[in-house]
Design a protein around this ligand. Structure first.
Ligand SMILES: Cc1cc2nc3c(=O)[nH]c(=O)nc-3n(C[C@H](O)[C@H](O)[C@H](O)COP(=O)(O)OP(=O)(O)OC[C@H]3O[C@@H](n4cnc5c(N)ncnc54)[C@H](O)[C@@H]3O)c2cc1C
Length: 390
């Protein structure tokens, strides 16, 4: 009988597997897809942000409501550990703007390739194209091209991902399997997602344009950043950072001129003739680039001329709510803390551990997601090892 069966071969599952094989366990990793780490590879397409180079206490705070829960887990595998891990896999690392850490080549594929070779060299076995369906008489059951297969293992780590980008494997179907076993599941919600906007036809030429150097404020969230005008609405790093607060119902305001105070703008305004038109005020006082002018006009129609400056400093964005969960970078919800012990073992299923995005935590983009997945993978792999060895 195999010691540990890891189901789900993303960063969390692979880290659980390596932790256990390093403790001397026999490990089999199984994934529904014909190849491993598809979402991790996708993360590398736009530049693989591995972690954030910042003081540990600040780093921890980004895990929002889950900070207290994840604190001991991330202490065991923190942002520096994520850097060391990538370097040990032969990657050179650089710290980019806002202290975000990337592999120099920005990609995930060399990292994943090196990791899978190392795991294989350590004796980890792999089964691809096996879809987990649940358990039958304590055995894990899989749908494969050769029919149903059964795996008996002493312990299991489930690392099945969240519920977005289902074509990459993480379809969230596992939540039904666990719910059928009376395991509590927090409903999934999109996290780090864009928002739909019903654009007027004037916005068409601006689809794809970035809106740079703005301040985004929503509820208690406020940060400098940027976003992108897409045909569907607004997306990009600044929107993702504000998305939790927006999802909770707080309005989004943009300061289109965060580097200019009201006094400077008012003094520009006072130099204009009394009868200056709206377009003259926008051009000569606000001096916005094309994309900012477009978004300003879109959301300030009907405003009185005397309010133009204050509106540009606090432009209220009307939107139609989050984009569908399928498009979200990550998801909130999943297996909650109350269902798990400190080593991420399901309280009602001794020997079954959970890790990664399938746990009920969320964090902004910035490398917190991958670091959190690696850290919880390590915790679950250690838990499975202790379960067998201690
Ligand atoms: C476009 C995009 C860009 C991103 N960029 C970044 C970034 O730069 N930095 C960052 O920190 N994060 C980023 N992320 C998020 C990050 O990729 C995920 O949080 C991370 O991959 C989750 O890891 P995981 O191991 O928990 O799950 P996943 O990586 O989702 O892996 C889960 C695995 O489980 C398998 N599986 C699911 N159900 C079954 C089943 N029933 N049977 C068998 N196998 C199953 C899936 O096939 C999959 O391989 C990005 C995500 C996206 C979509």
């Amino acid at each position: 009988m195999i010691d540990l069966c890891v189901i789900g071969a993303g960063p969390a599952g692979l880290m659980a597997a390596e932790t256990a094989v390093d403790r001397g366990l026999s490990v089999l990793i199984i994934d529904a897809k014909p190849s491993f780490g598809r979402k991790f590879l996708m993360a590398g397409k736009s530049g693989l942000n591995l972690t954030k180079n910042e003081p540990f206490e600040n780093f921890l705070r980004s895990y929002n409501d889950a900070t207290e829960w994840l604190s001991p887990i991330i202490k065991e595998f923190d942002n520096q550990s994520a850097i060391n891990w990538a370097q040990n896999l032969g990657q050179t690392i650089f710290t980019g703007s806002s202290n975000r850490v990337f592999p120099t080549n920005m990609k995930a594929s060399p990292l994943l390739r090196a990791w899978l070779i190392r795991l294989s060299d350590k004796g980890v076995k792999f089964n691809q194209g096996w879809r987990w369906l649940g358990w039958e008489n304590e055995d894990a059951v899989f749908q494969t091209s050769g029919g149903k297969k059964f795996i008996k293992s002493r312990t299991t780590v489930l690392a099945l991902g969240g519920a977005s980008w289902s074509r990459l494997g993480s379809d969230g179907e596992w939540a039904n399997i666990l719910a059928d076993q009376d395991i509590p599941i927090t409903p999934f919600k999109p996290s780090n997602m864009g928002f739909s906007v019903n654009w007027s036809k004037h916005m068409l030429p601006h689809f794809g344009s970035p809106i740079k150097s703005i301040r985004l404020t929503s509820g208690s969230f406020s940060s400098l950043g940027e976003c992108v005008i897409s045909s569907k609405g607004l997306e990009g790093s600044g929107i993702y950072a504000a998305s939790k607060s927006m999802r909770e119902g707080n309005p989004l305001m943009l300061d289109l001129l965060p580097d200019l105070d009201l006094r400077t703008l008012i003094s520009r305004f006072e130099k204009l003739p009394k009868k200056a038109s709206r377009s003259t005020i926008v051009r000569k006082v606000l001096r916005l680039d094309k994309a900012k002018t477009a978004i300003f006009n879109e959301f300030s129609q009907g405003a009185q001329l005397k309010n133009i400056i204050t509106i540009a400093k606090a432009l209220l964005i009307s939107h139609l709510g989050p984009r569908p969960i399928e498009e979200a970078i990550s998801t909130a919800g999943g297996v909650p803390r109350l269902a798990l012990n400190n080593q991420l073992m399901l309280k009602s299923k001794p020997g079954i551990f959970c890790a990664g995005e399938m746990l009920d935590w969320e964090a902004p983009t910035g490398g917190y997601l991958i670091t959190g997945c690696l850290a919880t993978g390590k915790c679950a792999g250690s838990g499975a090892s202790d379960f067998i060895l201690l």
